[in-house]
Design a protein around this ligand. Sequence first.
Ligand SMILES: Cc1ncc(COP(=O)(O)O)c(C=O)c1O
Length: 393
Amino acid sequence: MLNLNTQFELIRQSATVAMADRILALKASGKSIVGLQVGDPDFGTHPAIAESAFQAMQAGQTHYGPSTGTLELRKAIAAKLQRDEGVDYDPASEILVTHGGIHAYYTAMQSILNPGDEVLIPDPSWATHSNMAIMLRGNVIRIPAPAENGFIPHFDSWLKALTPKTRVIVLNYPSNPTGAFPSRDYLQKLQDFAKEHNLWIVSDEVYGSLYYEGKPTSAADFEGAKERTILVNSLSKSYAMTGWRVGFLAAPARVIQNALKAGQNSITCVAPFIQKAAAFALTDPKIQDVTAEMRAAYGRRRELVIRLSHELESDRVKIIPPQGAFYFFLDLRELKMSSVEMCEKILDEEGVGLVPGSAFGEQGEGFIRMTIAASEEDVEAGFRKIVKWAERQ
Ligand SMILES: Cc1ncc(COP(=O)(O)O)c(C=O)c1O
C-alpha cells in the first residue's frame, strides 16, 4: 500500500458535514426538515453586488488577476478595516485577498507555523481552526472556554498552557459556535501576554459585523498589537456572500509576503470579477445599510429565542444569549446524553437539523448548535420542537 499523509489520521470527519449529508438524504426522501444546522445566511446576496460582478465579467475581467488581489479591493479592505474596526493597514503591503476566510486562515497559519509549534485554541471553537493547525503539523492545545464563564477561557488557563514551544494563539470572536466575545480589557491582557511570551495572535473576525448589545473589539485595535496580530476576515457572513469565496488577511508585511507565496502556489488568484464585486460591497454606502438590516434581523430572531426560552421555562434546554454571530449554543447537559445522539434523535423524531456541540471540542459535549440564520418561523418552530423533545426524555 502506498503511504498517505499521516496527519490526516488525526483529523476527524466534520460532524457538521456528516449531519448536513444526513439532512439532505432525509429531505430527498420527502421528509420535511426545519434546517437549523447551517452557518450560511438565509439572505440572498444583494442584487447590486451581483450586478457589479456581471458588469466586470462583461468588461472582460475573466482572466488571471494579481495574486495579492487587485489594488482596488485591497484599498477597499483597508477602508473597511479603518471604518469598522478603527485599525490602519497599508493596502500595498499589509493586505492579501484570499479565497474566503478559511483560505485567509490557511495562508496565515502556513506563513507562521513550523512543525511541532504549539497552537492554543479555545474549546469549543470552529473545528477548522484545530484541523488546519494539525494538517500543518502544529500541536494543538485546547484551552477550555466554559459555559459558566460565558464561553471565555479563564485567563489563568492561557498561562497554564504555556510551554517553550507555544507560538500561536487562535481567537475567533464573536465565536462560532457560542457567539461570545471577551471584553476589551481581556483582549488587552491577552495582547500583553502574547507580547511577553513572543506569541502570534491569529484572530478570525468573520463574524465581526454581527453583534447585538455591544460591539466586539478587533484583536489588532491595541497599541503595538499589529506586529504580532494577524486578522482573518471575509465577506461571507457579513455581506451574505458565502458562495463568492472572497476574504482577506491583514498582517505585518513579512507575513503577507509568505501568505502570498502560499496563495500563489495554491489558488493563483481570486477571480477578478469577484474582486470587483467585493470592492463594491465593502465600500458602497447602501450595501452597508443592508448589512445593518441583516444584523437587525438576526437581532430580532435572537430576541425571539430569548422570549421563547422564558415562556417555555425548560430546565433541560438552557440558553446563554449570544453576544454576536448567528448561533445559539444550547445547553442540554441536564439530559446526560451525547450531543451526537441528541442531534440524531431530534432530527429523526422532530425533523430539526442541528450540529452536535462535540463537533467544536470536548467542552461542547452536551450542547447543540442552533443557527438563527433561518426564517423567524423556522427558528420558532425549531426551538419549540427541541424543547418539546428534551422535555419528553
Ligand atoms: C469561525 C469561522 N471562520 C471562517 C469561516 C469560513 O468563512 P468563509 O466562508 O469566509 O471561508 C467560518 C464558516 O463557517 C467560520 O465559522
